[in-house]
Design a binder for this molecule. Structure first.
Ligand SMILES: Cc1ncc(COP(=O)(O)O)c(C=O)c1O
Length: 200
C-alpha cells in the first residue's frame, strides 16, 4: 500500500528553522553571518546549574524520574512563582517539560477537544498555530496592531465567534509586547476558569 501522509503534513513549516539552517550552512562555508532568525540565549546557563549538571553526569545513573518531573524541582519552581510573581501554586501542580513547546502541547491536549476554536494574536508565534492545527483544533488568528499594543483585547475576542480558548503570550513573539497588569499572572492566580467578561 502506498504511503499517504496524514493531512497534518500540509501544515506550513516553521520557517525560522529553515532560515537558521541556511544561515548555519553559510557560516560553515566561511561567510560572516549575523543571525536575525531564532532568538537564542545571550548568556550561558548560571554557574550553579552547570556545576549541578556536571555533578549529575559524573555521579548519577540518570534513569527515569517521575513523569511530571523531580518533586524537589517542582517545589522549587512553586516557591519561585510565589516569590517572583506572588502566585500561589502547589509543587504538585507543576509539570516539568523540555521547553515551553512541550508544555503548551500538553496544555492544549488537556484543554481542548477536536474542532475547538482557539484565538491567538496575529502576528504571533507560528508554532502555537501549527501545533493547534496538527492536534485537530482550529486556530483563530486575530489581527492585532499598535492600537491594542499588539495584544488581543476583549472586543476582538467578542467578534471572533465561539471560542474554547485564548492564547495569551507575554512577551509576545515577534512583537515583544506584554499583557496589561490587569491580566497579569497575579490576577490569573486562583482562577479555575476565565469567562470573557473577566477580561473587561
Ligand atoms: C512566544 C513563544 N512561545 C513559545 C516558544 C517556544 O519556546 P521553547 O523553546 O521553550 O519551546 C517561543 C520560542 O521562541 C516563543 O517565542
Amino acid at each position: 500500500m502506498p504511503f499517504v501522509p496524514a493531512s497534518r503534513g500540509t501544515i506550513p513549516p516553521f520557517m525560522v528553522m529553515d532560515m537558521l539552517r541556511a544561515a548555519n550552512e553559510r557560516a560553515a562555508a566561511g561567510d560572516a553571518v549575523i543571525h536575525l532568525d531564532a532568538g537564542q540565549p545571550s548568556t550561558m546557563a548560571p554557574k550553579a546549574v552547570r556545576e549541578a549538571a556536571q555533578r549529575a553526569l559524573a555521579t548519577d545513573r540518570l534513569g527515569y524520574s517521575d513523569s511530571g518531573g523531580l518533586p524537589g524541582l517542582k517545589h522549587a519552581i512553586a516557591r519561585h512563582c510565589k516569590k517572583g510573581y506572588g502566585v500561589d501554586v502547589g509543587g504538585e501542580e507543576i509539570v516539568i517539560t523540555t521547553g515551553s513547546s512541550a508544555g503548551f502541547l500538553l496544555a492544549f491536549l488537556a484543554s481542548f477537544e477536536t474542532g475547538d476554536r482557539v484565538a491567538l494574536a496575529s502576528p504571533g508565534y507560528p508554532a502555537y498555530r501549527n501545533i493547534l492545527a496538527a492536534l485537530g483544533f482550529v486556530p483563530v488568528p486575530i489581527r492585532v496592531g499598535p492600537s491594542s499594543r499588539y495584544q488581543l483585547d476583549i472586543d476582538m475576542l467578542r467578534d471572533a465567534g465561539p471560542l474554547k480558548g485564548v492564547i495569551v503570550a507575554s512577551p509576545s513573539n515577534p512583537t515583544g509586547s506584554m499583557i496589561d497588569r490587569a491580566i497579569s499572572p497575579r490576577s490569573i492566580a486562583g482562577r479555575s476558569r476565565w469567562d470573557l467578561a473577566d477580561l473587561r
